[in-house]
Structures are given as structure tokens and as C-alpha cells.
Design a protein around this ligand. Structure first.
Ligand code: PMP
Length: 427
């Protein structure tokens, strides 16, 4: 394993994030578990891509069968493309019925930002601090998370305008009723965009704050922010790459939790269960405006194999009731995590819903000093106990709990038990 890892280090281009100093060599997965080459099982509590679980036979068979029959691109006409676009449009709110198929979340957000520009004729984008939207040029430009890039805030291009992270736990304003304060703080940014005279292309945000640890935005935040953006002619992009598509259990989309309807939805990750798949869903008017810039074409986006993968994921989600499972097992797990707060001072808060949860560690519950090193050590100790878990947030002090949606109550309890054991070892 170590020799193989040094070969990886020799040729895999840097910077590339490694999650453990010498990670276990994982060569097999089944449902919410992964197995290393020595046969040791790990409970995978972070994989928000493999929503059906690892090694799903139905998906493997459907993809294999389609590969044998045909794989080409969307310049040709085949049933899977028509059917998948139709199904995605049916999942979106009324009026959002045009679909672009791409291969990743970065591509989806990049295209969404281009669409905003093409539709409005403006370039300025509003985004949130503590956000991650991808690695491509435009999606990286609106990514402000200092955990991913310590220079992020100092190096954004001039068309990017980041406003305060509406983090109701440790942000500038706190509590579920802080929307008004965050919107007041947004006003000068909007005024300076107005004064610049170049207009506002749009606003991009995760509609439940996944990168900050699954924190719900303050009540009413998105509806007023969307109104401000639309009043200036801008479009509103909901990045549903991690929080959407059933993971929240109580809602299929994150924006439903805020009671809003975006103009553009971006999805990826779980929609292909690991097969590279992403999509932008928007209105006919916004989609059509890209024509000013020529045709849209992606060589693999919307291929027969990709469409079959996407539809099989949707079928399995329905047949195995995975959104309901995310709600029920997620609610149970959240209550187990909430119980840790009463016993362990380091456990400051539990965020999120369904199977997108965050457990935030602090050194002091009044100052909220982030327990960053402790969080890394807790994750390492969890690995020893057979649980894959990683930190998120600007201070890397929040456990990002986003397992496959097939997680059983038994596995959720195993995770909570192991966490309790680690916390009882003293922090
Ligand atoms: N948006 C969000 C909210 C994400 O979490 C990610 C990936 N972590 C992306 C976009 C980018 O997706 P991808 O890695 O598929 O390009």
C-alpha cells in the first residue's frame, strides 16, 4: 500500500488534497461500506456522490448494457436523451424545463454563470463567503472558501462580489432570525455594483449552506436576496450539487426549504452516483440567450450511457425510497448527535437535515473558538475505528456528515457510537 501510494505521489499532479497521511487502500465498496485490501470494513459517512451506495448492481448492469449497445453524443437522436431531459424537467419547478447536460458540478456552475451573463448582458456576480462552487475558471472565481484556498478572498476577479456568509451559528449575525441583518449588510455591495453601471448578471448560492457544514440559511434570506437580485435584472442560481436531489430527506431541493424558486438550478454528484454527470436546468428564455454565443455542445454530456446512468439512479431512488430513508435515518442520526452536545463541551452544534448534517466542534461555547486541530484528530481516530469522516467549513471544524442515502439506522448508530467513544476519550 505505501509503495503504491508513493507512486501516486510521484505522478498525480499537485496540488491535490489527500485526506489522510497514508490513506487506506480501498479497492471495493458495498452500500455504505468500503473495504481495504486487507479486508477491513469502513463505514463511509462522507460520500455524497454515491447516493445509492457503492457497487449498486442495477446501475452497473444498466451502464454495462448501454455501453455494449451504443455510446455516442447528443448530436445524434436516441431515446435516453429525450427521456432523461424530460425526467429532470419534471423534477424542477414549473417553468424550469430546459436542460443542459454536462459532466460535473464545476461545469454546471460554469455554464450557469455564462448563462447569467448571456441573459443579462452583465458580468458582475454576487456570491457568498465560505462557499465552494468548483474548480473551473468561473466556478472557481465565485468560490470563496478559505479552507480550499487561503488566498480566496484576496484574489477574486473584479466581477465577483462576495457578501457575508449567512452562517447563523458563527457568522457576523447569529440565529435563525438574522436574515434582515445579512440583507442590510448586502445592501452596500449591491449599491456599489449599481454605482459601477455594469449591471448584475446574477447571484449564486447553495440553498442550504453545505460547504459551511449543512447550515440552514436564515429564514427568509433567499427570498429577499433573490428579490434584490431580480430587481436589478440579475438571475438567481441555486447550486444544488451537494444538498439537492433528495439528500435533505424533507425536501428534494434545498431551495424548497427557503420557499423560493431559482432561475437556474445546477446539479451533479449524486445524479450519476459516481458516473460523471452534471446538469443545468433553467427557463427557455435563459437557455435561449446562450444562442448569442453560438451552440452548446459537450462531447460526453448527455451521452446514452450518461442518460441511462442518470435515469437508473432516479429509478433506484424511487424503488428503494432513498429520499424517505434520508429523512428518517437522518432525523434519527441528528437526534443522536444532538445528545452529544449535552455530554461533550467540544460539541457546539448540530446543523443540517436529512443526510446532510454537520457537527461543529468548538473550544469554547461562548467565543466559538474553532477546534480545528481537534476535529482533524477526531477524524483520524474515527478512521482507526472504521469510520470515514472529514472536516468542512472555513475553519475545518465541522464534521461533514453526508453518507450514501441507503444508510441504515444500524450504521447511523454505529457512527454515533464511535463518535461518542472518541469524544469520551477526552478532548
Ligand atoms: N458545487 C458544490 C456545492 C460542490 O460541493 C462541488 C463539489 N464539491 C461542486 C460544485 C463542484 O462539483 P465537481 O467536483 O463535480 O466539479
Amino acid at each position: 500500500t505505501e509503495e503504491l501510494f508513493s507512486r501516486r505521489q510521484a505522478h498525480l499532479a499537485k496540488p491535490q488534497k489527500n485526506y489522510y497521511e497514508v490513506p487506506p487502500q480501498i479497492e471495493r465498496g458495498w452500500k455504505e461500506h468500503m473495504f481495504d485490501v486487507e479486508g477491513r470494513a469502513y463505514l463511509d459517512m462522507v460520500n455524497n456522490v454515491t447516493i445509492l451506495g457503492h457497487g449498486h448492481p442495477r446501475l452497473a448492469e444498466a451502464i454495462g448494457e448501454q455501453w455494449l449497445r451504443l455510446n455516442t453524443n447528443s448530436r445524434f437522436h436516441y431515446a435516453a436523451l429525450s427521456e432523461f431531459c424530460e425526467r429532470l424537467a419534471a423534477l424542477a419547478p414549473d417553468g424550469l424545463d430546459r436542460v443542459f447536460l454536462v459532466n460535473s458540478g464545476s461545469e454546471a456552475n460554469d455554464l450557469a454563470i455564462r448563462l447569467a451573463g448571456a441573459h443579462t448582458g452583465a458580468r458582475n456576480m454576487l456570491c457568498l463567503r465560505e462557499a465552494y462552487h468548483g474548480w473551473s475558471v468561473a466556478s472557481d472565481a465565485v468560490s470563496t472558501s478559505i479552507a480550499d484556498n487561503p488566498q480566496a478572498l484576496a484574489t477574486r476577479p473584479d466581477w465577483v462580489h462576495a457578501v457575508a456568509s449567512p452562517n447563523t451559528y458563527r457568522g457576523e449575525f447569529r440565529g435563525p432570525d438574522s436574515a434582515g441583518d445579512y440583507l442590510t449588510a448586502m445592501a452596500p455591495v449591491l449599491q456599489s455594483i449599481d454605482a459601477g453601471g455594469q449591471g448584475l448578471a446574477g447571484f449564486i448560492a447553495e440553498s442550504v449552506y453545505g460547504n459551511a457544514g449543512g447550515i440552514s440559511l436564515p429564514e427568509g434570506y433567499l427570498s429577499e436576496a433573490y428579490a434584490q437580485v431580480r430587481a436589478r435584472g440579475g438571475v438567481c442560481i441555486a447550486d444544488e450539487v451537494q444538498v439537492g436531489y433528495g439528500r435533505l430527506g424533507h425536501h428534494f431541493w434545498g431551495f424548497q426549504q427557503q420557499g423560493v424558486v431559482p432561475d437556474i438550478i445546477t446539479i451533479a454528484k449524486g445524479m450519476g452516483n459516481g458516473h460523471p454527470l452534471g446538469a443545468v436546468i433553467t427557463t427557455q428564455a435563459i437557455a435561449g440567450s446562450l444562442e448569442k454565443e453560438g451552440y452548446f455542445f459537450s462531447s460526453s454530456g448527455g451521452s446514452p450511457v450518461s442518460c441511462v446512468a442518470g435515469m437508473t439512479v432516479l429509478d433506484v431512488m424511487v424503488d428503494e425510497k432513498l429520499q424517505d430513508n434520508a429523512r428518517d435515518v437522518g432525523d434519527h442520526l441528528k437526534s443522536r448527535l444532538a445528545a452529544l452536545i449535552d455530554k461533550h463541551p467540544i460539541a457546539g452544534a448540530v446543523h443540517g437535515m436529512g443526510l446532510y448534517l454537520g457537527l461543529e466542534f468548538v473550544r469554547d461555547r461562548t467565543t466559538l473558538e474553532p477546534a480545528t486541530q481537534e476535529t482533524a484528530a477526531i477524524c483520524n481516530r474515527l478512521l482507526e475505528l472504521g469510520v470515514i469522516m472529514q472536516p468542512t467549513g472555513d475553519h475545518l471544524n465541522v464534521l461533514k456528515i453526508k453518507p450514501p442515502l441507503c444508510l441504515t439506522t444500524e450504521s447511523a448508530d454505529f457512527f454515533a457510537d464511535m463518535l461518542e467513544k472518541v469524544l469520551s476519550e477526552g478532548w
